[in-house]
Design a protein around this ligand. Structure first.
Ligand code: FBP
Length: 499
């Protein structure tokens, strides 16, 4: 174990991306994006605070290591914005122990929206003599960074295992996605091996990823399952059920009473009628918080659902789904999709439909949810290096006096280039909880993207013939170590899968 770890560290040091080794640099504006153009001459030492925000993602600890290398005074904030608002700061000293480790436990994290608490946040930073803040988080956290940036020096570092913080060529992928998808691809690959050995089960696997289906698409590209559903296709529930049920019947006729279906965690919100239903419930929960707090479960259900336009759909859904739809939302007002048993809903409805289409068809089902085990895995070589180098870039931007930028690495197949994207460029208007807000856009799977088109071109063959692939565990040395996520390489137009 020890030998493995030090070998890995040596490999990482060797691979410090060239562009980052040249930091600190001065930046010049170029079409709204900053590109490196020289060295910082007189950087003033600063007291810089750093926090994690949102769900953990592999590679986060290495961001801290990179930052510490560039900045002399680094202050950790415990539990993200929650800790910041409680003034929970500590001086970061030696980070050797957390190099190349998964999780966010060194600092902790939380989900807090600071829209209404900007003044308070600034006052706490001032009180604790913080000159600058580095926010490591996803789209909501980058929105928090954009709100603070005009008043305090702030740099955002893109993280999320969901892969939904992307910005064309300038931000190919945040850290955390590669590790999570490699962990899931190993697990799905194992199930594929099992099902083609035992020949008797259909496995419905829900894969984490709050909204976008990037994770499911990537895992599908790595494992070639029987069926993978991509939420962004926005099919109606009945159409999804019909597709899977037809596949079950067709395969059964060919003697294959087994298969694997990948289900993205965020699927329900993409199904138009479900989206409307969830929206109606969200609005009831938002408008009647006070009243609802005083009601028992049955009265609450009655109160929320009595006037719903989609009441018929609500009543049609099994109670385990109804309960989750009525549950309290997370800090950002989101349905907690990781707790909704979408995989079970689909298999229950498919089971019914299969018996209507071809009575007596064998359909034995297993359910799985691969979520938390992927987002905190020890980082893949890619995420270890991405995290570390993002830390160097963010620290250099701070020293260069920049505020309101998101640190990024582009041209990942050519040694990597450090860039900084103005957060203001990434903002757009969206309706959130009934109000128009400026937020960082969530990047969804584009149906005209190279990765999606590649998947579509293979989908039918994967359904009919078993092309199952089992990539095995992620590698820290050897040829497979350098593999980029396939969807990223395809979408960026890279000619090889290597970074
Ligand atoms: P973010 O990276 O956007 O914070 O989300 C990561 C994530 O793992 C989602 O995939 C998942 O739906 C959610 O967090 C689960 O959140 P929680 O930790 O609150 O259960």
């Amino acid at each position: 174990m020890e030998v493995g770890r030090s070998l890995f560290e040596r490999e990482i040091r060797k691979r410090e991306l060239r562009a980052c080794a040249e930091f600190p640099v001065r930046f010049a504006e170029h079409e709204g994006v900053l590109v490196p153009a020289g060295r910082i001459e007189h950087a003033t030492p600063k007291r810089v605070a750093v926090l994690f925000s949102g769900g953990p993602a592999a590679g986060g600890h290495n961001v801290l290591v990179g930052l510490k290398q560039v900045l002399s005074q680094l202050v950790g904030v415990r539990e993200g914005f929650k800790g910041l608002l409680a003034g929970d700061f500590f001086e970061i000293q030696n980070l050797d122990e957390i190099k190349n480790t998964g999780g966010f436990d060194y600092l902790g994290t939380s989900r807090v929206k600071i829209k209404e608490r900007v003044e308070e946040t600034l006052a706490l930073c001032k009180k604790n003599h913080i000159d600058a803040l580095v926010i490591i988080g996803g789209d909501d956290s980058a929105t928090n960074a954009a709100l603070l940036a005009p008043h305090l020096q702030v740099i955002s570092v893109p993280k999320t295992m969901d892969g939904d913080l992307q910005y064309g060529k300038l931000l190919p992928i945040p850290f955390g996605f590669d590790t999570a998808t490699k962990v899931y691809a190993e697990l799905v690959g194992n199930i594929l091996q099992d099902t083609k050995s035992s020949l008797k089960y259909w496995h419905f696997v829900k894969l984490m990823g709050r909204t976008a289906s990037h994770v499911t698409l990537e895992v599908a590209l790595q494992t070639k399952p029987t069926i993978a559903i991509i939420g962004e296709e926005q099919h109606r529930l009945t159409d999804i059920i019909e597709t899977i049920a037809n596949a079950v019947v067709e395969r059964s006729k060919a003697g294959k009473n087994y298969g694997v279906v990948l289900v993205p965690e965020g699927l329900l919100e993409f199904i138009p009628e479900m989206n409307q239903l969830i929206g109606e419930i969200d609005s009831m929960l938002g408008r009647h918080q006070g009243t609802l707090a005083e009601l028992g479960p049955d009265e609450r259900k009655q109160f929320i659902t009595i006037n719903l336009e989609q009441r018929g759909l609500f009543n049609f859904l099994p109670s385990y789904i109804q309960e989750m739809l009525l549950a309290d939302r997370d800090a950002h007002g989101n349905l907690t999709v990781s707790q909704v048993e979408t995989e079970r809903l689909l298999s229950d409805l498919v089971a019914k439909r299969v018996q209507e289409l071809a009575p007596g068809t064998k359909f034995n089902v297993n359910h799985h949810f691969f979520g938390y085990e992927g987002r905190c895995g020890a980082p893949s070589a890619f995420d270890a290096m991405l995290g570390y180098n993002l830390g160097l870039v963010a620290g250099s931007l701070i020293l260069d006096g920049r505020t309101g930028y998101l640190a990024s690495l582009t041209s990942l197949n050519e040694g990597g280039k450090a860039v900084a994207i103005p957060l203001s460029k990434m903002m757009h208007e969206e309706e959130r909880e009934g109000e128009k807000e400026q937020v960082i856009e969530k990047a969804l799977v584009k149906l005209d993207s190279a990765a999606y088109k590649f998947f579509v071109s293979r989908q039918d063959v994967w359904m009919r013939t078993d092309r199952f692939a089992s990539p095995g565990p992620r590698q820290l040395w050897g040829p497979a170590t350098n593999q980029l996520p396939i969807s990223v390489a395809l979408n960026q137009g890279y000619s090889s899968l290597n970074f």
